[in-house]
Every structure is written in C-alpha cells, then in structure tokens.
Design a protein around this ligand. Sequence first.
Ligand code: SAM
Ligand code: SF4
Ligand code: F3S
Length: 595
Amino acid sequence: MTDRRTLPVLDILPPAPAAAPRRPSAPIDGRLAEYRPEDQALPRFWIWTLGCQMNRSDSEEIAGRLAAAGCAQAPSLETADLVVVNTCAIREAAEQKVIGRQDQLARLKAANPALRIIMTGCSVREPDRAKLRRRYPAIDLFLRPDEEPELVDRLGLASAQAAIGLAAIGRDGPGGDRTDWPAGSSGSSPATGSTTLVGRTVVGAADHLAASRAGALAAGAIRRSSAISAWVPIIYGCDKTCTYCIVPFSRGPERSRPFDDVVAEVRSLAAAGYREVTLLGQNVNSYGHDLPAEERFAHVGRQRQVGHQLDLRARPDLAELLRAIDGLRTADGRPAIPRLRFVTSHPWDLSDRLVEAIAACDSVCEHLHLPVQSGDDAVLRRMGRQYTIEHYLERLERIRAAVPGITVSTDVIVGFCGETEAQFEATLRLLEQVRYDQVFAAAFSPRPGTPAARLPDDVPAAEKRRRLNVLLALQEQIGLERNRAWLGREVEVLVETIVPRRAHDHDPANGDGPDDRNRPDDDAAEPDSGDPDRPSAAPAGEGRVGLSGRTRGNKLVHLLGDPALVGHLVSVRVEHAGPYSLRGRLVGAAGEHAP
Ligand code: SAM
Ligand code: SF4
Ligand code: F3S
C-alpha cells in the first residue's frame, strides 16, 4: 500500500519491481531537486528518536542510509534541512511529546522553506494517515516503521553513490531464496510497503525488513550510536496482541531475521571491537518460529516445553541463537562478544531450552527482563497476557535456580481497566515476593484501536497516579536493599560513558537517578518525581573523570577513572548503593570471565 496523499513534495511513485535495473531516483516534483546530489549540497539531517531500543536501532539504520546517500548529520535539530521524527506511541504521553513540539517545527519550517520533516515510528499506522496529516501539519511525509527503508528513495536521494535503500532489498522475505546484496545492486522488493491484517486492522507487513537490514549491513549503512555496545534486531513485530498494547498495530506480525544473518552481524561486530550485543525484539524469545524448517534445527521443537502455540519443528529458537553467538570465540578461546543480552522476553515463551542456554553460555549476561504487567490473574486475563502468576513464578524460580544471582527486572502497568484496590495490592505483594532489581512502571494509557480501548478506563487518573507512586516507593526500597547487597563486593563493569558534569553538581559521582536505558522515552516510572537526580561526575584531578558503566547484571555503576577506560571491562569495588545505581572504586582490569 502506498501513501497517496496530496502533499506533493515527497510523494513519488512506488518503487520499481525488484528485477528492474537500478535507476537514479526521479522525483516527480521539481522541489525535490534540492536534495539531489548532482544538483546541490545534500541535506543535513537530524533524527529525533523517542521510544524503546527498537526505535533507537531503527534510527541507526535510518542514519546509516542517509549517511551512505551522502548526507551529513546536522549539529542540532534547529540547523537541519531534514528532520526525521521517530515516534513512540506506547502511551499518550509519548505522542504528546511530539504534538508539543509542533509549533517549534512549524516555526523552523517558516524560517527555512527547504526544511523537510519526516515522521516515522510507531505513531504512523496505516488507518491513521489522514488523521496524522491533520494532527501534524508541519510533517511532509509519514512512513510506517516497515517503510523506513524507503526513506532515501522517497526523498530522491538514492543515486549511483548510494547503494542502499530499496536497491538493497532482495526479492524474498526472511529465509527466502535471497540473491546477493552487492553494493549497487538494483531493484526493489515488491513486499516493501505491503500490508496485512491484525484482527480487522490494516498494518504494515514487515516481510522485507530482514532483507533490507542485510542490504544495509552489506552497504555499511548502519550508523551505530556506540562503538562498544550494539543493538541487533532479531525479530520484528509482535504476535501477542496484549489488549492494551499498540505495538502489534504499529509494527505488524512477527518476522524473524535469518539465523545466519544474525550470527554474521554479530561476528562482524566482534571483529569491529564491540564488547556487548543486545538482541532485540518486542517478543525476543519467540524468535525463529516463522523461519523455514531446516534439518540442522530438527532437535529444537522436540525440546521445547512452553510457548507451545509456536510451531518450532526444525526451526531455530533464541536458545539456539545464543549458543551460536556464544560459540564465536577469539583465538584464545574467549567469547568474541564478552556480553550478550536480549530484550524483551515474554514469560509465555521462556522455555527450558532458553533457561539452559542462558546458564550454559559464558557470554550471556546474568540478567533477565521479564515483564509481568500485573500481580493478579484476572487482570492478566483482561490484558490478554496468556500466563498466570503461578506460571510466571515457576519460570522465575527455574531461571533463578539455573543462574544463581541473576538479576531480574520487569514492567508493570497500574490502573488497567477494572483494576481494583485488591488487585493493585496483589501487584505490590508480587514485587515484595520477587524482589526485582528494577521495575519500569507506568499508568495505563488507553491506546486507540487496541482491544482495551473498548473497555471502560475506570480507574481515575488521580488514582492511577497514586498507585504508581505507591508502587514506585515500594520498589525504591526493594531496589535499595537489592543494591546494598553489593556493598563491598567486586563487580565487572563495562565502562560506557564519561558522565558530563552538570552545572549544579558539586559532589563527584554522587548521582543515583533512575535508569532510563531500557525505558521508553516518556512518562513511565516517574509520574511526578520531577527531574530525577541524574548521575553526575566532576573532574577529580589526576586525569580522572566521572565514568559510568554496567555490571553483567545490568546495574548502573559510577566510578572515577581515566577517560581511556571507556570501552573496557574493569573491576570495581562497590562502596555506595542507591536504589537505582551503585558507586565504586576502580580496582583494576577485569578478567573477561569475571561474574
Ligand atoms: N514486549 C514487551 C512485553 O511483552 O512486555 C514490552 C513491550 S512495550 C514496548 C513496553 C512496556 O510498555 C510494556 O511492557 C508495558 O508495561 C508498557 N505498556 C504498553 N502499553 C501500555 C499502555 N497502553 N499503557 C501503559 N503502559 C503500556
Ligand atoms: Fe505489546 Fe504484548 Fe507484544 Fe509486548 S508482547 S509488544 S506488551 S503486545
Ligand atoms: Fe514502538 Fe517501542 Fe514505543 S515498539 S510504541 S517505539 S516502546
């Protein structure tokens, strides 16, 4: 399905069929000429990314495609000629962030008529296109998440110097009979821009995304935001259809990337010196069920005990993938990627095979993010979560037995339709029982078009807020106690960043703010806590600066040290514990197998 709206500037014809020889993009409107490399300087782009890691990973691909087409990144949104807004729709507050900046975007456009603004991400859903155009008048082009690979072509930027975009997309979807993706190869996927149904709703079909990622990788068109820690999407979309959730409508049904493609991407990351890889999927542990059956995976289906609605006969699963990546070794036998993570797991698909793989693989970090959403079975049923608390606890018990000391985090929604005080309290009791290391909590926000939007949203806003605050206060206490257990211990930290000193910081590395790395970029977890006390650092003499990094259990750790330590695994003795992070003293380089 193609966007047929009247905005003239960027609406070009659908891409040519895959077999057609590659042509330079031929925009139908003269105003696009400003973007054509042969005519004028290429636009400088700025990508504003909201939402989860999947969006951030998508933005890396968008940035890579634009860079490969010859565009440079602008120093700021204000100075860009091309702004890409990669949206999140998980809660209304996330969408409000973009709505709230409409005036600013309109002002920038008035000042710079050449400015083009593209909106993509989860707010761009097929049935809503007309509404989006009305709601966001400053936006020139809307691309669903599955249409992002089209961006370069739709802008008329693809040219002989840009061997990416649709040109790189093979004819068939994942596991299909792919030809090669040589730089400069031609043709477009007929699957690009195609749609399917989730229930009765038209959604983008992500059939071509695996192939387009492979094309972008072959063309070197992924612009990663870190040289240390990389995101690797392994499965797109979500088949779970939890009643409150917009994701299946934004991202469509599940599509796994071919097993060997993922392993090859991780191998190249290891060769490039990456220390950490996080495998991404909205439902990462259902990976593989849609891939073609292969003899080499014959054992998988037989050994799988949960997630039995998935047909895994002779298809790979996440356990198989973890083992294959862990099997990538350096010449001296160490894991080529010392830290391997994966998010987000659905409790329903947490198989014994996966638990065993987590326990067996040296590189797989001792941390599991396992969203529970509610502590009450009736609420879980209304949410369509497909498990009971008993099942959830049984899975947790199993993994805690298999991986002693594993840290566990979760997501919780408070104030879901019909949630009683007693049901809310059941969630509090669950937190007390499980004693999570971290909880990402949010008030229920009805999402138009989801099944829950038809249920009465009967918990008043003030009551949702109260419940959220009660839950966060409880978790703060639990988090503090969990973190205090690390006092005096030595932990392995992968140093990731130099922490910028804030103007009002006086005490070095005294921060203990909530961790936002895994949290959608919106209102979750801090309803009215104001500006959290973000980690900070100060010059500490002798060339030392404030640094931060993470333990294998995903604990945020602050320390002072040489800036050259960024990217290295170090040993840190924990001297201070707050509810959200640890602070410690550097004691030396870490052995790469340290716990
Ligand atoms: N796939 C993951 C799972 O199964 O839990 C999570 C994906 S979602 C991007 C991240 C979190 O957002 C969810 O776990 C849920 O807690 C929260 N969330 C989703 N829809 C929501 C809604 N309508 N209102 C409030 N929170 C929501
Ligand atoms: Fe949304 Fe549920 Fe899918 Fe997670 S599993 S993305 S909460 S539908
Ligand atoms: Fe989409 Fe991620 Fe937000 S999948 S709705 S960007 S949390």
